[in-house]
Design a protein around this ligand. Structure first.
Ligand code: NAP
Length: 289
Protein backbone atom coordinates (compact mmCIF):
# COMPACT_ATOMS: atom_id res chain seq x y z
CA UNK A 1 0.00 0.00 0.00
CA UNK A 2 2.64 2.48 1.07
CA UNK A 3 4.55 1.83 -2.12
CA UNK A 4 1.67 2.45 -4.49
CA UNK A 5 -0.14 5.31 -2.79
CA UNK A 6 1.20 8.75 -2.12
CA UNK A 7 1.16 9.24 1.65
CA UNK A 8 -0.51 12.40 2.82
CA UNK A 9 0.46 13.78 6.19
CA UNK A 10 -2.70 15.72 7.07
CA UNK A 11 -6.38 15.43 6.37
CA UNK A 12 -6.93 18.02 3.72
CA UNK A 13 -9.48 18.97 1.14
CA UNK A 14 -9.30 16.51 -1.74
CA UNK A 15 -10.75 16.57 -5.22
CA UNK A 16 -13.96 14.55 -5.11
CA UNK A 17 -13.69 12.55 -8.30
CA UNK A 18 -14.05 14.83 -11.30
CA UNK A 19 -16.80 16.92 -9.72
CA UNK A 20 -14.47 19.93 -9.55
CA UNK A 21 -15.19 20.11 -5.81
CA UNK A 22 -12.65 19.85 -3.03
CA UNK A 23 -14.10 17.95 -0.11
CA UNK A 24 -12.72 17.16 3.38
CA UNK A 25 -11.44 13.62 3.62
CA UNK A 26 -13.34 13.13 6.89
CA UNK A 27 -17.07 13.71 6.84
CA UNK A 28 -20.17 12.65 8.74
CA UNK A 29 -22.52 9.69 8.33
CA UNK A 30 -26.16 9.76 9.39
CA UNK A 31 -27.37 6.15 9.47
CA UNK A 32 -29.40 5.64 12.67
CA UNK A 33 -29.11 9.25 13.87
CA UNK A 34 -32.90 9.10 14.05
CA UNK A 35 -32.53 6.56 16.87
CA UNK A 36 -30.90 9.09 19.16
CA UNK A 37 -32.25 12.22 20.77
CA UNK A 38 -33.17 14.54 17.90
CA UNK A 39 -31.90 17.78 19.44
CA UNK A 40 -28.60 16.10 20.30
CA UNK A 41 -28.25 14.65 16.78
CA UNK A 42 -28.86 18.08 15.24
CA UNK A 43 -26.42 19.76 17.62
CA UNK A 44 -23.81 17.10 16.79
CA UNK A 45 -24.17 17.52 13.04
CA UNK A 46 -23.86 21.29 13.43
CA UNK A 47 -20.84 20.94 15.69
CA UNK A 48 -19.29 18.72 13.06
CA UNK A 49 -19.99 21.38 10.43
CA UNK A 50 -18.39 24.04 12.65
CA UNK A 51 -15.25 21.89 12.78
CA UNK A 52 -15.09 21.27 9.05
CA UNK A 53 -16.92 17.94 8.71
CA UNK A 54 -18.88 19.37 5.82
CA UNK A 55 -19.15 16.20 3.72
CA UNK A 56 -22.39 14.66 4.98
CA UNK A 57 -23.79 11.35 3.85
CA UNK A 58 -27.41 10.25 4.09
CA UNK A 59 -29.90 8.04 2.23
CA UNK A 60 -33.60 7.57 1.72
CA UNK A 61 -33.07 4.21 3.48
CA UNK A 62 -32.11 5.98 6.71
CA UNK A 63 -35.71 6.74 7.58
CA UNK A 64 -35.98 9.96 9.53
CA UNK A 65 -32.29 10.79 9.18
CA UNK A 66 -32.84 12.93 6.07
CA UNK A 67 -35.34 15.23 7.78
CA UNK A 68 -33.16 15.54 10.90
CA UNK A 69 -30.26 16.43 8.64
CA UNK A 70 -32.52 18.90 6.81
CA UNK A 71 -33.10 20.68 10.12
CA UNK A 72 -29.42 20.55 11.00
CA UNK A 73 -28.30 22.20 7.77
CA UNK A 74 -31.14 24.74 7.51
CA UNK A 75 -29.52 28.08 6.79
CA UNK A 76 -26.14 26.41 6.24
CA UNK A 77 -26.76 24.52 2.99
CA UNK A 78 -23.89 26.28 1.22
CA UNK A 79 -21.37 24.87 3.70
CA UNK A 80 -22.38 21.29 3.05
CA UNK A 81 -21.29 18.74 0.46
CA UNK A 82 -24.53 16.79 0.62
CA UNK A 83 -24.81 13.18 -0.51
CA UNK A 84 -27.91 10.98 -0.55
CA UNK A 85 -28.84 7.65 -2.09
CA UNK A 86 -31.66 5.98 -3.92
CA UNK A 87 -32.70 2.47 -2.90
CA UNK A 88 -32.16 -0.11 -5.67
CA UNK A 89 -35.85 -1.04 -5.76
CA UNK A 90 -36.72 2.61 -6.47
CA UNK A 91 -33.97 3.10 -9.03
CA UNK A 92 -36.08 2.96 -12.21
CA UNK A 93 -36.10 6.01 -14.45
CA UNK A 94 -39.28 7.41 -12.86
CA UNK A 95 -38.64 5.99 -9.41
CA UNK A 96 -35.20 7.58 -9.15
CA UNK A 97 -36.67 10.99 -9.89
CA UNK A 98 -39.46 10.51 -7.33
CA UNK A 99 -36.99 9.30 -4.70
CA UNK A 100 -34.69 12.24 -5.36
CA UNK A 101 -37.54 14.69 -5.01
CA UNK A 102 -38.60 13.09 -1.71
CA UNK A 103 -35.03 13.36 -0.44
CA UNK A 104 -34.80 17.00 -1.52
CA UNK A 105 -38.01 17.80 0.38
CA UNK A 106 -36.86 16.00 3.51
CA UNK A 107 -33.47 17.70 3.31
CA UNK A 108 -35.12 21.10 2.62
CA UNK A 109 -32.86 21.79 -0.30
CA UNK A 110 -33.16 22.14 -4.06
CA UNK A 111 -30.13 20.06 -4.95
CA UNK A 112 -27.82 17.27 -3.84
CA UNK A 113 -24.09 17.48 -4.42
CA UNK A 114 -23.94 13.77 -5.21
CA UNK A 115 -26.70 11.20 -5.62
CA UNK A 116 -25.80 7.52 -5.31
CA UNK A 117 -27.34 4.19 -6.19
CA UNK A 118 -27.20 2.55 -2.73
CA UNK A 119 -26.34 -0.90 -4.06
CA UNK A 120 -26.81 -2.92 -7.19
CA UNK A 121 -30.37 -4.26 -7.58
CA UNK A 122 -32.44 -5.79 -10.34
CA UNK A 123 -33.36 -2.55 -12.18
CA UNK A 124 -31.26 -2.26 -15.35
CA UNK A 125 -28.35 0.01 -14.53
CA UNK A 126 -28.90 2.05 -17.65
CA UNK A 127 -32.33 3.21 -16.41
CA UNK A 128 -30.82 4.54 -13.19
CA UNK A 129 -27.96 6.20 -15.04
CA UNK A 130 -30.39 7.89 -17.44
CA UNK A 131 -32.36 9.20 -14.47
CA UNK A 132 -29.16 10.50 -12.89
CA UNK A 133 -28.26 12.28 -16.13
CA UNK A 134 -31.70 13.89 -16.32
CA UNK A 135 -31.59 15.02 -12.69
CA UNK A 136 -28.14 16.47 -13.32
CA UNK A 137 -29.35 18.37 -16.41
CA UNK A 138 -32.15 19.85 -14.29
CA UNK A 139 -29.73 20.91 -11.53
CA UNK A 140 -31.36 18.67 -8.91
CA UNK A 141 -28.10 16.80 -8.47
CA UNK A 142 -24.64 18.16 -9.17
CA UNK A 143 -23.09 14.73 -9.67
CA UNK A 144 -23.84 11.05 -9.27
CA UNK A 145 -22.09 7.97 -8.04
CA UNK A 146 -22.56 4.41 -6.85
CA UNK A 147 -22.24 2.46 -3.62
CA UNK A 148 -21.23 -1.12 -2.86
CA UNK A 149 -20.10 -1.65 -6.46
CA UNK A 150 -17.46 -4.31 -7.07
CA UNK A 151 -15.25 -4.14 -10.14
CA UNK A 152 -17.63 -6.00 -12.52
CA UNK A 153 -20.41 -3.52 -11.65
CA UNK A 154 -18.03 -0.60 -12.11
CA UNK A 155 -16.99 -2.03 -15.48
CA UNK A 156 -20.63 -2.11 -16.50
CA UNK A 157 -20.96 1.59 -15.68
CA UNK A 158 -17.83 2.20 -17.72
CA UNK A 159 -19.24 0.26 -20.69
CA UNK A 160 -22.58 2.08 -20.50
CA UNK A 161 -21.55 5.68 -19.95
CA UNK A 162 -17.82 5.82 -19.27
CA UNK A 163 -16.37 7.00 -15.98
CA UNK A 164 -15.94 10.75 -16.58
CA UNK A 165 -19.16 11.51 -14.67
CA UNK A 166 -18.88 8.74 -12.07
CA UNK A 167 -17.98 10.79 -8.99
CA UNK A 168 -17.51 8.08 -6.37
CA UNK A 169 -18.00 4.57 -5.13
CA UNK A 170 -19.05 4.40 -1.47
CA UNK A 171 -17.92 1.13 0.07
CA UNK A 172 -17.36 -0.66 3.38
CA UNK A 173 -13.89 0.19 4.67
CA UNK A 174 -12.49 -0.06 8.17
CA UNK A 175 -9.33 -1.45 9.74
CA UNK A 176 -10.66 -5.00 9.95
CA UNK A 177 -12.33 -4.87 6.50
CA UNK A 178 -9.97 -3.83 3.75
CA UNK A 179 -11.29 -5.88 0.84
CA UNK A 180 -11.55 -2.80 -1.37
CA UNK A 181 -7.76 -2.58 -1.46
CA UNK A 182 -7.61 -5.74 -3.62
CA UNK A 183 -9.34 -4.32 -6.68
CA UNK A 184 -11.99 -1.63 -6.11
CA UNK A 185 -9.63 1.00 -4.75
CA UNK A 186 -6.97 0.58 -7.50
CA UNK A 187 -9.68 0.54 -10.19
CA UNK A 188 -11.22 3.77 -8.90
CA UNK A 189 -7.87 5.45 -8.22
CA UNK A 190 -6.64 4.82 -11.74
CA UNK A 191 -9.74 6.56 -13.12
CA UNK A 192 -9.85 9.49 -10.69
CA UNK A 193 -12.99 8.26 -8.92
CA UNK A 194 -13.43 9.08 -5.21
CA UNK A 195 -13.63 6.12 -2.84
CA UNK A 196 -15.74 6.90 0.20
CA UNK A 197 -15.26 4.38 2.99
CA UNK A 198 -18.26 3.78 5.21
CA UNK A 199 -18.50 2.34 8.74
CA UNK A 200 -14.91 3.42 9.58
CA UNK A 201 -15.41 2.24 13.18
CA UNK A 202 -16.82 -1.11 12.10
CA UNK A 203 -20.38 0.08 12.77
CA UNK A 204 -19.73 -0.13 16.51
CA UNK A 205 -17.16 -2.94 16.40
CA UNK A 206 -13.94 -1.04 17.04
CA UNK A 207 -10.81 -2.91 18.26
CA UNK A 208 -11.04 -3.33 22.06
CA UNK A 209 -8.30 -1.68 24.15
CA UNK A 210 -7.23 -5.01 25.70
CA UNK A 211 -6.48 -6.70 22.35
CA UNK A 212 -3.14 -6.62 20.53
CA UNK A 213 -4.68 -4.48 17.79
CA UNK A 214 -6.28 -2.15 20.31
CA UNK A 215 -2.96 -1.79 22.12
CA UNK A 216 -1.16 -0.93 18.88
CA UNK A 217 -3.67 1.82 18.10
CA UNK A 218 -3.39 3.11 21.68
CA UNK A 219 0.42 3.20 21.52
CA UNK A 220 0.45 5.10 18.21
CA UNK A 221 -2.26 7.42 19.49
CA UNK A 222 -0.37 8.15 22.72
CA UNK A 223 2.74 9.08 20.74
CA UNK A 224 0.72 11.86 19.09
CA UNK A 225 -1.51 12.89 21.99
CA UNK A 226 -4.35 11.49 19.90
CA UNK A 227 -6.97 8.75 20.32
CA UNK A 228 -7.17 5.26 18.75
CA UNK A 229 -10.18 6.32 16.67
CA UNK A 230 -8.29 9.31 15.33
CA UNK A 231 -5.45 6.97 14.35
CA UNK A 232 -7.96 4.73 12.57
CA UNK A 233 -9.52 7.63 10.66
CA UNK A 234 -6.14 8.93 9.56
CA UNK A 235 -5.11 5.49 8.35
CA UNK A 236 -8.35 5.13 6.40
CA UNK A 237 -7.77 8.40 4.55
CA UNK A 238 -4.00 8.01 4.29
CA UNK A 239 -4.01 8.74 0.59
CA UNK A 240 -6.25 10.14 -2.12
CA UNK A 241 -8.81 9.23 -3.38
CA UNK A 242 -9.97 7.95 0.04
CA UNK A 243 -12.68 9.65 2.10
CA UNK A 244 -14.37 8.48 5.29
CA UNK A 245 -17.75 9.24 6.87
CA UNK A 246 -17.89 8.30 10.56
CA UNK A 247 -21.31 8.64 12.14
CA UNK A 248 -21.57 10.33 15.52
CA UNK A 249 -24.62 11.24 17.51
CA UNK A 250 -22.62 12.58 20.45
CA UNK A 251 -21.03 16.01 19.95
CA UNK A 252 -17.86 14.88 21.75
CA UNK A 253 -17.52 12.10 19.16
CA UNK A 254 -17.87 14.52 16.25
CA UNK A 255 -15.23 16.73 17.87
CA UNK A 256 -12.84 13.81 18.30
CA UNK A 257 -13.39 12.74 14.71
CA UNK A 258 -12.88 16.24 13.34
CA UNK A 259 -9.63 16.63 15.27
CA UNK A 260 -8.17 13.63 13.50
CA UNK A 261 -7.16 16.19 10.90
CA UNK A 262 -4.38 17.38 13.24
CA UNK A 263 -2.79 13.95 13.31
CA UNK A 264 0.00 12.97 10.94
CA UNK A 265 0.95 9.30 10.94
CA UNK A 266 4.45 8.48 9.77
CA UNK A 267 5.28 5.68 7.34
CA UNK A 268 6.48 3.38 10.12
CA UNK A 269 3.15 3.73 11.93
CA UNK A 270 1.19 3.22 8.75
CA UNK A 271 3.25 0.08 8.12
CA UNK A 272 2.55 -1.23 11.63
CA UNK A 273 -1.19 -0.72 11.23
CA UNK A 274 -1.05 -2.23 7.75
CA UNK A 275 0.52 -5.43 9.15
CA UNK A 276 -1.65 -5.66 12.27
CA UNK A 277 -4.85 -5.31 10.24
CA UNK A 278 -3.78 -7.44 7.28
CA UNK A 279 -5.97 -7.22 4.20
CA UNK A 280 -6.49 -10.98 3.96
CA UNK A 281 -7.50 -12.95 0.89
CA UNK A 282 -9.96 -11.46 -1.58
CA UNK A 283 -13.47 -12.76 -0.86
CA UNK A 284 -15.69 -13.82 -3.75
CA UNK A 285 -18.05 -10.89 -3.16
CA UNK A 286 -17.44 -7.37 -2.00
CA UNK A 287 -18.55 -7.24 1.65
CA UNK A 288 -21.26 -4.72 2.52
CA UNK A 289 -23.44 -3.91 5.53
P1 NAP B 1 -19.42 3.87 12.12
O1 NAP B 1 -19.26 5.27 11.69
O2 NAP B 1 -18.37 2.89 11.83
O3 NAP B 1 -19.69 3.79 13.68
C1 NAP B 1 -20.68 4.54 14.31
C2 NAP B 1 -20.56 4.26 15.81
O4 NAP B 1 -19.31 4.80 16.27
C3 NAP B 1 -21.66 4.94 16.62
O5 NAP B 1 -22.01 4.03 17.65
C4 NAP B 1 -20.97 6.16 17.20
O6 NAP B 1 -21.47 6.52 18.46
C5 NAP B 1 -19.57 5.66 17.37
N1 NAP B 1 -18.60 6.73 17.33
C6 NAP B 1 -18.42 7.69 16.37
N2 NAP B 1 -17.41 8.49 16.67
C7 NAP B 1 -16.92 8.04 17.85
C8 NAP B 1 -15.85 8.46 18.68
N3 NAP B 1 -15.08 9.49 18.33
N4 NAP B 1 -15.63 7.77 19.84
C9 NAP B 1 -16.40 6.71 20.17
N5 NAP B 1 -17.41 6.25 19.43
C10 NAP B 1 -17.67 6.92 18.27
O7 NAP B 1 -20.79 3.25 11.57
P2 NAP B 1 -21.83 3.52 10.42
O8 NAP B 1 -22.84 4.48 10.89
O9 NAP B 1 -22.25 2.18 9.96
O10 NAP B 1 -21.01 4.14 9.18
C11 NAP B 1 -20.85 5.52 8.96
C12 NAP B 1 -21.77 6.05 7.87
O11 NAP B 1 -21.51 5.39 6.63
C13 NAP B 1 -23.25 5.78 8.09
O12 NAP B 1 -23.80 6.60 9.11
C14 NAP B 1 -23.80 6.01 6.71
O13 NAP B 1 -23.92 7.40 6.44
C15 NAP B 1 -22.71 5.37 5.85
N6 NAP B 1 -23.01 3.96 5.50
C16 NAP B 1 -23.23 3.67 4.18
C17 NAP B 1 -23.55 2.38 3.82
C18 NAP B 1 -23.79 2.04 2.37
O14 NAP B 1 -24.27 0.94 2.06
N7 NAP B 1 -23.48 2.93 1.45
C19 NAP B 1 -23.63 1.35 4.77
C20 NAP B 1 -23.36 1.68 6.10
C21 NAP B 1 -23.04 2.98 6.46
P3 NAP B 1 -22.54 7.71 18.70
O15 NAP B 1 -23.59 7.58 17.65
O16 NAP B 1 -23.00 7.43 20.09
O17 NAP B 1 -21.80 9.02 18.62
Amino acid sequence: MASVLHLSTRVELRPFGKTGRDVPAIGQGTWQIDLSDKAAAIATLRRGLDLGLTHIDTAEMYGGAESILGEAIAGRRDEVFLVSKVLPENATRKGTRAACERSLRALRTDHLDVYLLHWRGSVPLNDTLEAFAELAREGKIRAWGVSNFDVPDLEEVERLVGTESLACNQVLYHLAERTIEHAVLPWCRSRGIAVVGYSPFGHGDFPKPNTARGKLLARIAAAHGATPRQVALRFLVRAAPLFTIPKASAAAHAEENARARDLALNETEIGEIDRAFAIGPRPRELPML
